[in-house]
Design a protein around this ligand. Structure first.
Ligand code: ZN
Length: 754
């Protein structure tokens, strides 16, 4: 899925919610505010004994020296020459080519195969009297691969089959709060087909919430305001989405579980027991089809009813109405529900001292069509990095711990390759995996990092070891500059006082999910972006020609990513003691948890206020009489919660973290110490979140109703947001229990290290 990065809040797509990850960048070039960081050049490194530092830095320097920018366009062109979705013939050719590269660099490499359920379109019809939607992306002369034979046409993977005829209703982004607005206008989607625009949250949430409200079909279009002509010239003249561009993408209910929808929780190896199609809970309940704004305009023009509120309006040349419309719209979709082969390329370089501790790295290599940006820009950077590590190994260096490079297949339909691999090897990974570092799309701009907060201090140090190719600041300084530009005065003061970039918490949208949220393996996700702009995400125009004009034409940021991820890998593989830090982790967890009592207060005040207005009838007077609105209903009162078990555990965590920090200054490296450190992130795994037990990390999860966006302390936070008061109360002691396990693991590490 996604592309990269923002700052603090993460990120990625080229516009909010458009991509697999969250966040974004509608920003063009920003003025650079030069700040000097009060950080001395690294004379010490987290996890390294003083006498090991210079050897480490010289290994990194020779790794950097071996990186060759010229490789990237050559590989990118080859990998993106033909469509390479999961199960495709060219996907296999790419896997074999990557395999041969890893082998030539000295890795023990193999292809691991899984049989996965994959839906591809059989029939797609969208029409109304006098209009038939095109549902195709025509070839463009300026783009050599834009009419690639064998490419998947625009569709949403894991939509159910369906044939419906109904009136149309516009639902803005189709997120839960949009339905509250619809309700206030007295418009129901029951029995209707909804049309939502992309953005505002993960696409799979749109058909899910529409079905919950009684809709019978779902269309998702790319409004030009979000990534089309409103943002800039459209492709091929500029980088943005043209009237025929369509965003493909998965609509499986991945906040329930990712991976092969027919094998939740277990690897899709041969002979696996599968759920029958009609029992798979993550396939949509209603048919869902993505469309271009060229196809959306005639449909939206038929809408009647209230004029859409200001923040629902896009950039199409018409008045946005909510609906319903006059026309009977016919949507008919059917799919081939095939079992196809997903092929992961897995390459290992055994550790010389601690071969049973694995430092894992991955990027997916499957794309929706030719996928030059998503995912190949990240994949070729990963290959360059592996080549650099292979060159170090050929010069006589060996990693202390085992290094594992992975190219995942089937990420786009639902993190298939990574999830099936993790589920298949769960027991071994639970014992051996030190960390997982993920990348996906990469472009020009700022480094963004998300991940486990035990690695926050470590990553900050890595970011200070890499130079930004355009500004020649460190990538840490450039990312901080970018953050300062948008910070409030208070935030600016804080940032300058403590110039560490706090890494973002991870939700979902790329291959780290199963490592972090299913097994509790400390994970990181990183990438550059923010300056390329553009709107070819998940379209046939995400191509070599597009990327080399608008993505990262010089491939300088492909090399910057190889350096940043490469230093991360080299340090994790060679540290004397695993570079985990719990002081920052404790501070950041506390900060996240403090948001929850505030959320409760806000909800309580809103509830009291709304109920008062409803009872007194004062709200009615504020409504525009020409645009009748429906009054909200009386809400149940918000109870009082006792959060003390968690807040007290967080206080004990901070104390344990300080004790480990003190002990670690003189820690004696030993396998038992690493083992104790490995247990810390694992400790945060519980029995699973309510109604979605595949997700077991009690601190980080993708939101049930956001999809990419993270919810920290998800079981408590989401229960409160959804007014499940008793469930929230029941989750408090469970969260306190995993924090206690974390504290015990940290205390064990402090003891082993002393
Ligand atoms: Zn991707």
């Amino acid at each position: 899925m996604g592309s990269v990065v923002s700052i603090g809040v993460r990120w990625s797509g080229r516009f909010p919610g458009a991509c697999c990850r969250i966040g974004i960048f509608m920003i063009g070039l920003l003025p650079l505010v030069a700040v000097s960081l009060s950080v001395a050049p690294d004379s010490s490194l987290v996890g390294f004994k003083p006498e090991s530092v210079s050897a480490q830095l010289s290994a990194e320097a020779s790794f950097d020296h071996s990186l060759n920018r010229e490789d990237l366009p050559v590989w990118l062109k080859r990998f993106s020459a033909k469509p390479h979705h999961v199960g495709s013939p060219y996907g296999l050719q790419n896997a074999n080519f990557a395999l041969s590269l890893f082998k030539s660099w000295g890795f023990n490499a193999q292809i691991e195969r899984f049989d996965v359920l994959f839906a591809s379109p059989k029939e797609r019809v969208l029409e109304m009297p006098g209009f038939k939607a095109r549902l195709e992306e025509p070839a463009i002369r300026e783009d050599a691969t834009s009419k690639a034979p064998g490419g998947l046409p625009p569709y949403n993977c894991y939509s159910c089959d369906g044939d419906v005829t109904a009136k149309l209703v516009y639902v803005n982004y189709g997120m839960p709060k949009d339905y509250e607005t619809l309700e206030s206008y007295g418009v129901s989607v029951k029995g209707c087909i909804v049309i939502a625009r992309y953005g505002g949250g993960w696409r799979g949430i749109k058909p899910k919430v529409a079905a919950e409200h009684g809709a019978v079909g779902c269309l998702i279009y790319s409004d030009p305001r979000d990534d089309g002509f409103y943002q800039g010239e459209v492709y091929p003249k500029g980088a943005y989405r043209n009237p025929n561009g369509v965003q493909r993408g998965s609509v499986a209910d991945m906040p329930v579980y990712p991976g092969d929808p027919s094998t939740p929780g277990v690897g899709s190896v041969s002979g696996v027991k599968r759920l029958p199609l009609k029992e798979i809970p993550t396939i949509t309940k209603i048919p869902c089809q993505p469309i271009s704004y060229g196809d959306a305009l005639p449909l939206l023009k038929t809408l009647r009813g209230p004029v859409a509120p200001d923040d629902w309006r896009g950039a199409l040349p018409m008045t946005y109405h909510i609906g319903p419309g006059d026309a009977d719209v016919h949507l008919k979709l059917s799919f081939h529900w095939d079992i196809v082969e997903a092929r992961d390329v897995v390459a290992k370089l055994p550790g010389s001292v601690l071969p049973d501790e694995w430092v894992i790295r991955g990027n997916h290599y499957d794309g929706w069509v030719t996928g030059a940006d998503d995912p190949l820009s990240g994949a070729v950077s990963l290959l360059e990095e592996a080549k650099g590590i292979g060159a170090l190994a050929k010069s006589g260096w060996r990693p202390k711990r085992t290094i594992v490079y992975c190219l995942w297949d089937g990420e786009e339909p639902g993190l298939l390759g990574s999830t099936e691999w993790v589920e298949t090897h769960a027991d071994e990974l639970a014992h051996k995996a030190v960390s997982y570092l993920n990348t996906d799309s990469n472009g020009r701009g700022f480094l963004g990092v998300g991940g486990s907060h035990c690695l926050d201090k470590f990553v900050n140090e890595v970011e200070r070891s890499v130079t930004d190719p355009e500004t020649h600041l460190t990538v840490a300084e450039r990312a901080l500059d970018r953050k300062l530009v948008s910070a409030t005065a208070d935030e600016r003061k804080e940032l300058r006082a403590k110039p560490e970039m706090e890494i973002a918490a991870l939700g979902s949208g790329s291959d780290y999910s199963s490592f972090l949220q299913h097994l509790g393996i400390a994970s990181l996700d990183m990438g550059f972006g923010g300056e390329g702009g553009g709107g070819v995400y998940h379209s046939t125009y995400d191509s070599y020609d597009w990327y080399t004009r608008f993505g990262d034409p010089s491939f300088a940021y492909g090399i910057a990513l190889a350096e940043t991820a490469g230093h991360t890998m080299l340090r994790l593989a060679d540290a004397d003691v695993l570079p985990f830090d719990f002081v920052r982790q404790g501070e950041i967890f506390s900060k996240y948890f403090q948001e929850i009592p505030k959320l409760v207060d806000t909800m309580r005040n809103e509830t009291v206020e709304t109920n008062r207005e409803v009872l007194e009838g004062t709200l009615k007077a504020t409504y525009d009489p020409t645009n009748p609105r429906v009054l909200p209903k009386i809400k149940d009162p918000v109870p009082v919660f006792d959060f003390a078990p968690v807040t007290k555990a967080l206080d004990r965590l901070k104390a344990a973290a300080k004790a480990y920090d003190a002990a670690s200054a003189t820690a004696k490296p030993a396998p038992e110490l690493d083992e104790a450190l490995l247990a810390t992130e694992r400790a945060l795994i519980g029995d699973g979140l309510p109604r979605r037990t595949w997700y077991r990390h009690m601190i980080y999860a993708p939101g049930f109703y956001t999809g990419y966006g993270v919810k920290t302390f998800p079981s408590i936070r989401e229960a409160i947001e959804q007014r499940q008061w008793n469930e929230a109360k029941a989750e408090i002691p469970k969260v306190a229990a995993v924090l206690d396990r974390l504290i015990s693991a940290i205390e064990r590490a402090a003891h082993k290290g002393s």
